[in-house]
Design a protein around this ligand. Structure first.
Ligand code: SF4
Length: 134
């Protein structure tokens, strides 16, 4: 199913080796939501970059574990220092290409789902520069 104007993404299971796969913890806090929005922004603005389902990896889905294993690059975005996304990946014996923790990037972890767009832009730019466009 698709609608006019929707950006249709590459199929991550069949094209993982040609994709920079991004997983974010999507935690229910300011920093978790910044991380999720950064993952969305990177997916929308960088051809060959594609957000993938971290929960499916955590749940043991073989298809999704293989996407993470076969990715051209694997970019892991954690909200806070608990680094849940990195742990999910390493629990599967996979080593990320790149990891970032939003709470170490000058953003306070607060009990809110709100965030500032400037923070999203700044961190998305940093990731694009440090790993996507290399
Ligand atoms: S890394 Fe932090 S923000 Fe993300 S899911 Fe874990 S506890 Fe929540």
């Amino acid at each position: 199913m698709s609608k006019g104007g929707w950006q249709i993404l590459p199929h991550c299971a069949s094209e993982a080796e040609n994709l920079d796969i991004i997983v974010a913890c999507d935690g229910a806090s300011s920093v978790g939501q910044v991380g999720n929005e950064v993952a969305i922004k990177l997916t929308k603005e960088n051809e060959g970059a594609r957000m993938c389902c971290l929960s499916a990896i955590a749940a043991g889905s073989k298809v999704h574990i293989n996407i993470a294993k076969n990715a051209r690059k694997l970019i892991v975005i954690n909200g806070c220092q608990l680094e849940c996304a990195s742990k999910v990946i390493r629990n599967q014996g996979i080593e990320p290409t790149y990891e970032i923790t939003i709470a170490k990037e000058g953003i306070e972890k607060a009990p809110t789902l709100d965030f500032d767009d400037e923070d999203v832009e700044r961190i998305a730019e940093k990731i694009a520069k440090e790993v996507l466009n290399k």
